[in-house]
Design a protein around this ligand. Structure first.
Ligand SMILES: O=P(O)(O)OC[C@H]1O[C@@H](O)[C@H](O)[C@@H](O)[C@@H]1O
Length: 322
């Protein structure tokens, strides 16, 4: 009887790899066979890169971003939790974006199975220090997945693990920085005629006009009860980003423009021209969870050639002649 081992099958390159990023911080790199990729830092549970199958970067990260705690990384997809903006007693946008998350190898099953095989599961639990500023037990599970066609999917599951019987309340946002060629050539579709709170005018409530949103000055608005699908059309790049969201009724639209850009130390003076934040969020109606309850909020991003998506060139509409 031969004791020789059969030759090992050639191993495929690992779809998810843990390596060192800027300043030696741990990051995970997800790769899809067709070429798309994503990067996630354990610091902040923060997606810092999403590339299509041509290797083009789709997210904006500032050239001046500081990859050093306690500063949150400027760009990519910071997670705002348990507080959006300054709507509470915590630091701006909460603390999840500047804590170290851990990899969870065997998370509780998802109610629906995703088609993606390229994903990573992270978890954040409060430290003793966190409990002093926000006295609640929670488990925040984040799955970052890359679809076969290059779609980037983020699913958050937040569970109340309080043992004192108390509920807790939070606000939330996926603070996504999209990379755009020229902000003055960009428009956002899906928010027309909606009500919004204007952060630049004491969060006063206004109603958006009927046209797609375009940009010619600073914008900082919280659109309320938005549709599940929002599109960002980048004419120069001939690219459309489609945001699909679930459990996140609001959408924050932010561009700091020139003056605020200059005031931010971790943001280049002219970089506002090349980014736009459209943030799937739950802000107006905070989420309350009783002990044992879990909330789920999901965002799915895709980047498609514009001609397939803009209202006028929708192939269905062209076929129907409307
Ligand atoms: O500088 P930060 O804390 O990352 O926040 C950036 C911006 O984030 C947006 O979501 C807010 O609406 C803005 O008001 C804020 O300026």
């Amino acid at each position: 009887m031969s004791t020789e081992k059969a030759p090992a099958a050639p191993s495929a390159p690992s779809a998810v790899e843990l390596c060192k990023g800027v300043n030696g911080l741990d990051k995970l790199v997800l790769r899809e066979p067709r070429g798309s990729s994503a990067e996630v830092y354990l610091y902040g549970g923060h997606v810092t890169s999403w590339k299509n199958d041509h290797g083009e970067e789709l997210l904006f990260v500032s050239s001046k971003a500081v990859f050093k705690p306690p500063k949150a990384i400027r760009g990519g997809i910071p997670i705002c939790f348990p507080q959006f903006s300054n709507l509470g007693s915590l630091e701006q946008h909460g603390f999840a974006r500047n804590r170290f998350w851990t990899i969870e190898t065997d998370p509780p099953p998802f109610p629906t199975t995703t088609s993606s095989k390229t994903f990573v599961d992270l978890i954040l639990k409060p430290s003793e220090e966190d409990m002093k500023i926000w006295p609640h037990g929670f488990e925040f599970r984040l799955r970052v997945a890359l679809g076969p066609g290059g779609d980037l999917m983020l699913t958050s599951r937040i569970r109340n693990t309080n043992t004192d019987g108390k509920p807790f309340t939070f606000t939330f946002a996926y603070h996504t920085y999209f990379s755009v060629s020229d902000i003055s050539e960009v428009r956002v579709e899906g928010l027309e005629t909606l009500d919004y709170l204007d952060n630049l005018q004491n969060r006063e409530r206004f109603t958006e006009q009927g046209d797609a949103i375009t940009f010619e000055s600073e914008v900082d608005k919280i659109y309320l009860s938005t549709p599940t699908k929002i599109a960002i059309l980048d004419h120069e790049k001939k690219r459309t980003f489609v945001i699909r969201k679930d459990g996140l009724p609001d959408a924050v639209v932010w561009n700091p423009w020139d003056k605020k850009a200059k005031a931010m130390t971790d943001f280049g003076d002219d970089e506002y021209k090349h980014m736009l934040c459209v943030e799937a969020a739950a802000v107006e109606k905070p989420i309350t969870l009783k002990p044992g309850e879990e909330w789920r909020g999901r965002q799915e991003l895709s980047a498609v050639p514009s001609s397939y998506c803009s209202g006028q060139l929708d192939p269905q509409k062209v076929l129907q002649g409307s």
